[in-house]
Design a protein around this ligand. Structure first.
Ligand SMILES: CC(C)(COP(=O)(O)OP(=O)(O)OC[C@H]1O[C@@H](n2cnc3c(N)ncnc32)[C@H](O)[C@@H]1OP(=O)(O)O)[C@@H](O)C(=O)NCCC(=O)NCCS
Length: 171
């Protein structure tokens, strides 16, 4: 498995991973119509705007098989909060057939290395209370520090914030 920075040509494949992984992960959690309406093209365009603009704050790594198939990705932000920097993982999605093979851990490690290069020592991410994958974050030592409600397709959903006060433990 190759982990590398994303480039523009990858974005449609990244969007496919996101849509397929969203559909398997959020089935029964988010409204069916919302999941059915997710569009590869719209999502790819959104990533293009977020990742490849002059003021880019967000970055992305992808997981690619030796045959060149993109099967997962992680995106993250270097956020400045008052005088402190904080790292936020904004999304991590892997195709169902490639989950639980260690790829998620590899992607998070890459993000942690980038945070460290930028003097970021702690990390936050938001995930749905109902997402069974949040056990992944608990397994990696994340602690719940907050909650909020988001709306997806007209349905209100609870999210939890997980924090790592010292990201050293993720290497
Ligand atoms: C969550 C996700 C990114 C984790 O990546 P992954 O490649 O499947 O996880 P890994 O194989 O790297 O697992 C790392 C460790 O966490 C544990 N773990 C992973 N997912 C778990 C789960 N759902 N329940 C319990 N433990 C889990 C593994 O057992 C593993 O333990 P080990 O290091 O002792 O072997 C991936 O499963 C995924 O994309 N899920 C669907 C999309 C999703 O929910 N994304 C998060 C949205 S916030």
């Amino acid at each position: 498995m190759i982990i590398r920075e994303v480039n523009k040509n990858d974005l449609l494949s990244v969007a496919k991973v996101q849509v397929e992984s969203n559909r398997t992960t959020y089935k029964g959690i988010m409204p069916e119509e919302y999941l059915n309406n997710l569009s590869y093209k719209v999502i790819a365009k959104g990533w293009d705007e977020r990742l490849f603009n002059e003021n880019r704050k967000e970055f992305m790594y992808i997981a690619e098989t030796d045959e060149g198939e993109i099967v997962g990705f992680v995106s993250a932000n270097l956020e400045r909060v008052n005088d402190l920097f904080e790292g936020e993982v904004s999304s991590i999605y892997i195709l169902k057939e490639y989950q639980r093979k260690g790829i998620g851990k590899l992607l998070i490690k890459e993000v942690v290395l980038k945070f460290m290069e930028n003097s970021v020592r702690n990390m936050i991410l938001w995930t749905l209370e109902k997402n069974p994958s949040r056990l992944f974050y608990e397994h990696l030592g994340g602690k719940i520090v907050g909650e909020r409600i988001i709306n997806r397709g007209g349905k209100e959903l609870q999210q939890f914030a997980y924090v790592w006060e010292d990201i050293d433990c993720l290497l």
